[in-house]
Ligand binder design. Structure first.
Ligand code: PXL
Length: 279
């Protein structure tokens, strides 16, 4: 059985980060170990007065304990990290646990719609960029990419601009980058991917649904990390991750007024399992 460790926060209510990664990765038939970096009462988008317990001190302790047991991971998948110290600990973790065939998958979850999430200062993206340098693949949205590169955020882009952003992202040190939430025309949205070693692009689009739900980035990342860990080729893995994310959004639309804090992804899990069967 393949094994992922995911390192990100637990938002107790709100359906994002670990509460999305764990059920999705498990349902894909991949073992999912976790390192919770903090415990929040809710995610930071749309809830006032959320509580935070910082678990930074536990990251090196968990790492050292696991080292004694020679625990190995096929994939190290990182998501939302709250502080520079957590990023440093995660970089140490990668140093200790990355083997020749380990996939290091970094979702630099820190911003959306031109803005950093609540609680991050303007220096944080430069630390996230240091983590991206250690990755095999990073999966920022266009806002996160702009912060990582220190360029202005724009929604007015074309294919040449996106391709150049992907090349610049790989210059941070990662081998591959996938930009999420890309829409060249109103009716479609999807992902554009670049492999710097092969100098190859791949893009995949589905319907552009005019709705915003928290946690969709985490849904996409968890499914993509799971699919790549299973050895599914990048084209199919990206298609499954995009299609599943779109399906979760569509399922949630009728309930959007009460459910904008996260998608009703649970009912889509049978679809995900079906998509993993050889097509
Ligand atoms: O979905 C990304 C995410 C993860 N964790 C926390 C968040 C967010 C997005 O807002 O606030 C705590």
């Amino acid at each position: 059985m393949k094994r992922i460790v995911t390192i990100q926060d637990i938002s107790c209510f709100g359906k994002c980060s670990i509460t999305v990664a764990l059920p999705l990765i498990s349902s894909m038939g991949v073992e999912c170990a976790i390192i919770p970096t903090s415990v929040l009462s809710t995610h930071t988008g749309g809830f006032e007065g959320f509580t935070v317990r910082d678990l930074s001190d536990d990251i090196p302790k968990i790492k050292d304990h696991w080292k004694k047991y020679n625990i190995e991971f096929d994939t190290i998948y990182t998501g939302y990290l709250g502080t520079r110290e957590q990023i440093d600990s995660v970089i140490d973790f990668i140093g200790d646990f990355k083997k020749e065939n380990t996939l290091v998958f970094v979702d630099p979850a820190m911003a959306d719609k031109g803005k950093l999430y609540a609680g991050f200062n303007s220096e944080f993206p430069s630390h996230m960029a240091r983590l991206c340098a250690k990755a095999d693949i990073i999966v920022p949205n266009i806002t996160e990419a702009s912060f990582l590169l220190g360029i202005p955020y724009t929604e007015d882009y074309d294919e040449a601009y996106i391709k150049n952003v992907l090349k610049e992202l790989c210059k941070l040190g990662c081998k591959k980058a996938a930009l999420t939430g890309i829409s060249y025309e109103k009716s479609t949205q999807g992902v554009v991917y670049y492999d710097s070693e092969a100098d190859e692009y791949y893009s995949y689009f589905n319907e552009n649904i005019p709705a915003n739900f928290h946690g969709t980035g985490d849904t996409f990342s968890s499914v993509l990390a799971g699919a790549l860990t299973l050895g599914i080729n990048k084209e199919r893995a990206l298609q499954i991750a995009v299609d599943f994310t779109v399906k979760t959004i569509k399922e949630t639309i009728p309930y959007r007024d009460k459910h904008s804090y996260g998608t009703m992804f649970e009912g889509c899990i049978p679809y995900l399992i079906d998509r993993l069967k050889i097509e």
